[in-house]
Design a protein around this ligand. Sequence first.
Ligand code: FE2
Length: 150
Amino acid sequence: MIDADDGQRLAPYLRRHATREQFREFVLNRSVYRLKEADPHSFGIPRLEGAAKAALVEIESDEYGGGRPERMHSELFRTTMRWLGLDDSHGRYVAEVPAVTLAVSNVMSLFAIHRRWTAALIGHLAALEMTSCSAHAAHSSSTTSSPSTS
Ligand SMILES: [Fe+2]
């Protein structure tokens, strides 16, 4: 699906061409999910076994900063929000974002709370992680003084 999408890639556009206001709008929309990042996928842990469970825990550990609160991806995102002058309170912008933004976030919650959607939940996380490697690499190699886009 990702390879078949011939639209302009968002991350390169944001990095090279977006205005500060466009980037701010992007971050505001992404905050609906990013401030609860990894939480929905945690519901998959007790539903898996063996190598799949171990792999999910490894990914989730990174999402939660490997035991370092300042490295939690949601906290890194909060740094970006504050840098842009946005309120980093969870759910602050829910009433302001379009339905499509809410749908993206809500589908993760749907997958998380219903056991029958466990495969979709894990598939969603895999797709999310596979398409955000460069952004996550930026997390790992940068300080918290610069904004992140993941
Ligand atoms: Fe993340």
